[in-house]
Design a protein around this ligand. Structure first.
Ligand code: ASP
Length: 322
């Protein structure tokens, strides 16, 4: 209510219209550390949005608690179109994982459109002796109880994928949470953690340059491209039903004027077709959304369905945080 009032007052102050929006840089909150997969998508998108939206987009990384800290900041921000959120699947998984949430996923945001879907890769530290999945199985069997698995906190994609990996292989690992898989990757490269499941947008380059060991991809079919096509799918290595795709979407605080929402949504549609953005996403194994989920209402329906789907998986795994 208070937000709506603020939004109306702001509208009146601007002469009752938002025709001039945007008149200053827009803050795009990324709820994970800089240098990670979600940050990479956000920075590429910000570049592609600059022209159609007619504004500079400044990325603000607010990592921690699986993305819920950054999302809280946006849920509480002024609904004036100058604070937006780019979040991933954690938007749908957090409500099942956190007993106390500072925002309501379906009520506190305007849904502006889905951007992409990104598969994940299972990777290992460079000094790991296993060079393929069969060798990894042997190494894991020999090291039971001592294996560290990095993630970006409860509700992050790396957490969900790691959860699925442990339940499918029936090998329990010690999970090490970070504020994003950007810093987790630094520790993996340094050998402080053993394994990580992370989005291709963060791992393709490291795999290509041989800086990490790569074992499998989480897509249903093998991926395209010179780097990722060499990796087997999780199904191929014997992990039946192990498919994970991480989606990203853009959100505004609830009460953001419709005219502003429409401007951002229209600019997003242009950005998703930007040749440089398309090329960059393809090279990193991401698939740009082209179906109706690029529209706010369908984006919201999809998130709602994902919340139901993941809530069942998470409850079955008995995962919670306060
Ligand atoms: N998307 C997170 C990041 O950018 C990683 C994750 O979800 O696992 O760090």
């Amino acid at each position: 209510m208070k937000k709506l009032l603020l939004s109306c007052l702001a509208g009146l102050a601007a002469g009752g219209a938002w025709a001039e929006y945007p008149e200053k840089p827009i803050n795009l909150v990324v709820p994970f550390s800089a240098g990670g997969p979600t940050d990479k998508v956000a920075r590429d998108l910000a570049e592609a949005l600059r022209k159609p939206l007619g504004a500079t987009i400044v990325i603000e990384n607010i990592g921690g608690a699986g993305g819920t800290l950054g999302a809280t900041k946006v849920a509480r921000a002024a609904p004036d179109g100058y604070t937006l959120l780019l979040h991933h699947i954690g938007m749908a998984t957090s409500p099942a994982l956190y007993r106390t949430m500072q925002y309501k996923t379906l009520e506190d945001f305007e849904y502006l459109g889905l951007i992409n879907e990104v598969p994940m890769t299972l990777i290992g530290k460079p000094t790991l002796p296993a060079n393929n999945y069969a060798e990894l199985v042997k190494w894991m069997d020999a090291n039971k109880g001592k294996i560290n698995l990095a993630n970006a906190g409860l509700g992050a994609a790396s957490h969900l994928c790691g959860l699925l990996f442990q339940s499918t292989t029936k090998i329990e690992m010690t999970t090490v949470p970070y504020k994003g898989t950007g810093p987790a990757m630094t520790d993996l490269l340094g050998g402080q953690v053993d394994l990580m499941c992370d989005q291709t947008t963060n791992t393709t380059q490291q795999i290509d340059t041989g800086k990490v060991k790569a074992y499998a991809v989480t897509s249903a079919k093998r991926l395209a491209g010179p780097v990722l096509s060499k990796l087997p799918t999780m199904e191929e290595v014997g992990l039946k039903g192990f498919t994970v795709a991480i989606w990203h979407g853009v959100y505004a605080p609830k009460g953001t004027p419709k005219a502003v929402q429409d401007k951002i949504a229209a600019a997003l549609k242009v950005a998703l077709k930007d040749p440089d953005f398309v090329k960059r996403e393809e090279a990193l194994g991401a698939v740009i959304v082209t179906d109706k989920r690029i529209n706010g209402p369908e984006h919201k329906k999809f998130v709602e369905a994902e919340m139901i789907k993941w809530s069942a998986v998470i409850k079955a795994a008995g995962q919670y945080a306060d």
